[in-house]
Design a protein around this ligand. Structure first.
Ligand SMILES: C[S@@+](CC[C@H](N)C(=O)[O-])C[C@H]1O[C@@H](n2cnc3c(N)ncnc32)[C@H](O)[C@@H]1O
Length: 345
């Protein structure tokens, strides 16, 4: 989905400062007013600018704190704003996300973007970049562009094309880099975002006039064209339980059907909405659909533990053993050739 926007003024933010008059004390006045940020005038440096040492002290401590991952039931989770994202960031999960990316390239016939972006020197942002695979491929496809990918987890490779940059950021807070973009890509943020309308508005506010935003996300309702989904289908039961767990922390599992409304409400114009069916399993006759169905099946067979381990144990009170037993049922049903499930993207 994409949109074009009119010129918008940029809001300015001011910070009040107050410093002691007395030169001998050289200590900032401590004020009761919490809106006043007091200046630290004690510095060893004569330079008007922060030294590399001063900056690297904060950089190193920030980097080491965001890499202090949390481990639970044998899986690894992000530490920056810990707990806001329920799913792991370890190697197995990164493989699953890369597989998901390849599946979407099949779906879109190798198009990294559907929005009609063109031109040189573009500034492009990938919101919640994950492994960074999309951003890296965009860096190759648009050598004159600067591509930025942000995420709660610093799991992206350090060897990247020179025009690709990754940063740790929480996109539900004010964004760290406020220079406007030509194109913002927001893909597969299901169950991640608490306040979608605000995120969509942030995209609007951070685009250049005439810029584009593209959202690609899920409606995980299990549908079939031939009524082949049985009542006791564990894939549907798992998704329903997961939906309930995500509701508890106000994170929507299925943003897909709501995106067009949110985009319209944010003020975007020139909106296109596409619904793409994703089969689950090897049952489609068409060769390409069969391949997509295989990728979807692997998402469930290899990914189910990542989907539910933390939400079910933390939010629904399940034990790890219960999760394992249930996961096997989900995996079995995902491989049942008699069931012809389709999700919408
Ligand atoms: C399901 S993954 C999708 C990754 C990538 N967009 C893709 O399509 O392959 C969701 C990603 O969003 C990140 N994420 C979740 N909440 C976030 C937030 N508030 N700010 C930044 N990144 C976030 C997660 O760490 C995870 O890497």
């Amino acid at each position: 989905m994409d949109g074009e926007l009119p010129a918008e003024p940029v809001a300015e933010v001011g910070i009040a400062t107050e410093v002691a008059d007395s030169p001998q004390s050289a200590v900032a006045v401590i004020t009761e007013d919490p809106s006043i940020v007091v200046v630290d005038v004690q510095s060893d440096s004569d330079s008007a600018y922060y030294t590399g040492d001063e900056q690297s002290q904060y950089r190193e401590s920030f980097l080491s704190s965001v890499r202090e991952y949390r481990f639970e039931h044998g899986r690894r989770y992000h530490s920056y704003h810990s707990g806001s994202y329920q799913f792991p960031n370890d190697d197995n999960e990164q493989d699953r996300l890369d597989m998901f990316h390849h599946m979407l390239l099949l779906v879109t016939r190798d198009q990294l973007h559907l929005a009609p972006i063109k031109g040189d020197d573009l500034r492009i942002l990938d919101v919640g970049t994950g492994t960074g695979i999309w951003a890296i491929q965009m860096g190759d496809a648009f050598p004159s562009a600067q591509i930025f990918g942000n995420d709660l987890s610093p799991i992206q490779p350090t060897w990247t094309p020179p025009n690709v940059h990754f940063l740790v950021d929480d996109v539900e807070q004010e964004w760290a880099d406020l220079q406007p973009y030509d194109y913002i890509h927001v893909r597969y943020m299901a169950a991640s975002i608490k306040d979608w309308p605000s995120l969509v508005k942030q995209c609007f506010d951070n685009l250049k006039p005439g810029g584009w935003v593209e959202f690609q996300d899920f409606d995980t309702t299990c549908r079939s064209q031939d009524d082949s989904i049985p009542d006791n289908y564990h894939v549907a039961e798992m998704l329903s339980l997961l939906r309930g767990a995500c509701d508890k922390i106000e994170r929507r599992l299925d943003p897909g059907p709501h995106l067009e409304g949110w985009v319209r409400d944010a003020g975007f114009e020139n909106i296109t909405h596409k619904v793409i069916p994703l089969p689950l399993g090897l049952w489609p006759k068409d060769k390409k659909m069969k391949e997509i169905g295989a990728y979807m099946m692997f998402q469930y067979t290899e990914g189910v533990e990542a989907f539910i381990l933390s939400p079910f144990t933390r939010l629904l009170g399940w034990t790890k053993a219960q999760v394992e037993e249930f996961s096997e049922k989900v995996q079995r049903d995902a491989q049942d050739r008699r069931i012809h499930t389709v999700h919408n993207l």
